[in-house]
Design a protein around this ligand. Structure first.
Ligand code: CA
Ligand code: CA
Length: 140
């Protein structure tokens, strides 16, 4: 059931959607192959793709969150090197699987908040879709 909800969220925010006032960002979690750190250590490549509304918005931090019923958990914050042009942003960084295990003995619901600095001095926060899965060595 939860994975169906995740798919619905993905289809509602396709990559490259027409930018609104805020723009849109999509989150992908790609499992690294065993050669990356050995078979006992599993890492994920976090990919964030954004269609920007304003070319002058500059990405600041990207924070991964675990969605929960009462209060969401902050899992990881990163500031990868900028890969951004006037219209699009494509960022990647690596996290260990245990950082994604936000619900012990349950499925994990991961989303990201992408923080931008606006030239006018304000901040802009864009929330991604939610990715649902079983992450971490203690997650099942
Ligand atoms: Ca959760
Ligand atoms: Ca879990």
């Amino acid at each position: 059931m939860a994975s169906i909800v995740g798919l619905a969220a993905l289809s509602a925010q396709p990559a490259g959607a027409t930018p609104g006032v805020k723009g849109t960002c999509d989150l992908f979690l790609n499992k690294k192959p065993p050669e990356y750190a050995g078979p006992s250590q599993i890492f994920y490549e976090v990919v964030v793709d954004c269609a920007l509304a304003a070319p002058t918005d500059v990405r600041d931090s990207i924070t991964l969150w675990g969605s929960d019923k009462w209060e969401d958990d902050r899992l990881w914050t990163d500031r990868p090197p900028h890969h951004q042009n006037d219209k699009f942003l494509h960022e990647t960084f690596i996290v260990h699987e245990n950082y994604l295990d936000e619900d012990l003995a349950d499925e994990d619901e991961i989303y990201a908040i992408v923080n931008f600095k606006r030239p006018t001095g304000g901040d802009l926060r864009i929330k991604t879709n939610k990715v649902v899965g079983w992450y971490g060595q203690f997650g099942i």
